[in-house]
Design a protein around this ligand. Structure first.
Ligand SMILES: *Cc1c(COP(=O)(O)O)cnc(C)c1O
Length: 366
C-alpha cells in the first residue's frame, strides 16, 4: 500500500546547511551507472560490470564462513575497539597503530571530523577521488586543488608549496582514476616539508609493487588509508582501515561513530585476511590483464598500478564512449565528473575473463 501523503499544516521544513545544499548543486558523490539499465535497454542477460573497480569474484570461503558465524551473535553490540581486525592487520603488516571504520570512506570522514573545523585549509592532489573534497566541505573546511603534471604525476614542488601550511592534505596512490603510482621517495620529500598531516589513500596499493609502510617509522604526519573493498572483494561489507601516527589514534577514536564497524563485516574482514591466496590470485589476474589492456587497447592508456586503467578516447567524450560501450554490454565509468581531467577519458576496471574479453572486442571496434 502506498503511504498517504502527509500534509502537516504549519510545518516549515528546516533548510539543510548551505554546505549540504551546495554539495547537492555540485552533484555530490558520483556513482557508477547501473548494469540493470544497460541489460534492460540493450537486451543483455549479463553486463560486464567494469565501472566500480570491484573484485569480480565472491568473497573468499573463509570470509563467507566467518561472516555466517558472526550473524549468530548479532543480538549483541559489536566491540567498540575493532580488536580482532586490528590484531590481524598488525600480525600481517607490523605493529603500527591502526584505526578502522565503515569503508575507507568512513575512515576519511572520521579523520576529517577529528581535524577540520570551519575555515581550515585542506589541499588535494587532483584529478582524484571526489570524496575527500566532499568530506572536507561538509566540515566547513576550505579545499585547494593542486593539479598533477601532464603525465598525472604529483609534482612535489607545487604540492609542497600549496600544502605546507594546510592542516591536512590528500594524495591517492595508485591514483583513482589515473592509476598513477607516486614513488615513496616523493611522498617522503613531501612529508618532510609540510606542517600538516598527509592522508595517503592506498585503496589500490596491493595491485602495485610499492610499499609505503616503512615511511610510518620516519614521519609522524602520515596516515595511510586502506580498504577491504577492492583486493579482498568485500565492497558490500564496508570495511576500511588506516595506519595512523601514535599521537593521532586517540583523537580518531574520540571522533568516531560508536560501533562504526558492524560485527559481521569485521568478522568477514578477519576471515578474508586469513586467506592470502585469494588476494594473490586476484592480483596475478589483474597484472596479467593490465598488461593485455595496455598492449591491445588502440587508444592511449595511462600507466596503472591499480585494478583499472584510464583511457583517453579523444575526440570522443567519456560519456559518448560510455554509452557506445553500454550498447555492447559493457559498463565503464566516464571520467567527466573528475574535475581537472578533461572530457575524453573513461576508467575501466579489470573484471572476470569474459568481461575483459567483451570489453576488448568492444573497444577495438568502437
Ligand atoms: C574505493 C575507494 C575508496 C573507498 O573504499 P571503501 O569501499 O569506502 O572502503 C577510497 N579511496 C579510493 C581512491 C577508492 O577508489
Amino acid at each position: 500500500m502506498p503511504r498517504s501523503i502527509v500534509q502537516q499544516e504549519s510545518f516549515m521544513k528546516p533548510s539543510p546547511r548551505s554546505l549540504v545544499r551546495s554539495c547537492f548543486l555540485d552533484g555530490g558523490y558520483v556513482f557508477a551507472g547501473k548494469a540493470e539499465d544497460i541489460a534492460e535497454r540493450y537486451g543483455f542477460s549479463e553486463v560486464a560490470r567494469l565501472a566500480s573497480n570491484e573484485n569480480p569474484s565472491p568473497p573468499s570461503d573463509s570470509a563467507q564462513a566467518a561472516a555466517a558465524e558472526a550473524i549468530l551473535s548479532c543480538n549483541r553490540y559489536p566491540g567498540i575497539t575493532h580488536e580482532e581486525l586490528i590484531k590481524k592487520l598488525q600480525e600481517i603488516y607490523g605493529s603500527y597503530p591502526v584505526v578502522a571504520g565503515a569503508g575507507m570512506d568512513g575512515v576519511i570522514e572520521t579523520v576529517v571530523r577529528a581535524l577540520i573545523t570551519s575555515g581550515d585549509s585542506v589541499v588535494i592532489s587532483s584529478p582524484t577521488f571526489s570524496f575527500y573534497g566532499l568530506a572536507v566541505t561538509a566540515q566547513g573546511g576550505k579545499v585547494g586543488y593542486v593539479p598533477r603534471n601532464a603525465s598525472y604525476e604529483v609534482d612535489p614542488k607545487s604540492f609542497i608549496a600549496a600544502a605546507r601550511d594546510a592542516k591536512l592534505s590528500f594524495i591517492c596512490s595508485p591514483n583513482n582514476p589515473t592509476g598513477t603510482v607516486t614513488p615513496p621517495e616523493v611522498i617522503a620529500s613531501i612529508l618532510g616539508n609540510i606542517n600538516g598531516i598527509l592522508f595517503l589513500d592506498n585503496a589500490y596499493v596491493e595491485f602495485s609493487d610499492v610499499d609505503y609502510l616503512p615511511l610510518l617509522d620516519r614521519y609522524e604526519n602520515l596516515i595511510i588509508g586502506r580498504t577491504m573493498s577492492k583486493v579482498y572483494g568485500l565492497a558490500g561489507f564496508r570495511v576500511g582501515y588506516a595506519f595512523v601516527p601514535e599521537w593521532f589514534q586517540p583523537c580518531y577514536i574520540r571522533a568516531e561513530t560508536p560501533f562504526a564497524l558492524n560485527a559481521v563485516s569485521e568478522a568477514a574482514a578477519v576471515g578474508a585476511l586469513s586467506d592470502p591466496a585469494y588476494a594473490d590470485c586476484y592480483i596475478a589476474h589483474v597484472t596479467r590483464w593490465r598488461r593485455r589492456f595496455c598492449d591491445e587497447i588502440p587508444y592511449p592508456v595511462a600507466p596503472s598500478g591499480a585494478n583499472f586503467v584510464m583511457i583517453d578516447l579523444a575526440p570522443r567524450t567519456g560519456r559518448e564512449a560510455m554509452d557506445a560501450l553500454g550498447k555492447k554490454g559493457v559498463l565503464v565509468r566516464s571520467c567527466e565528473s573528475f574535475p581537472g581531467l578533461g572530457e575524453t577519458f573513461i576508467r575501466v576496471s579489470i573484471g572476470a575473463d569474459w568481461e575483459c574479453e567483451r570489453f576488448l572486442s568492444a573497444i577495438v571496434s568502437l
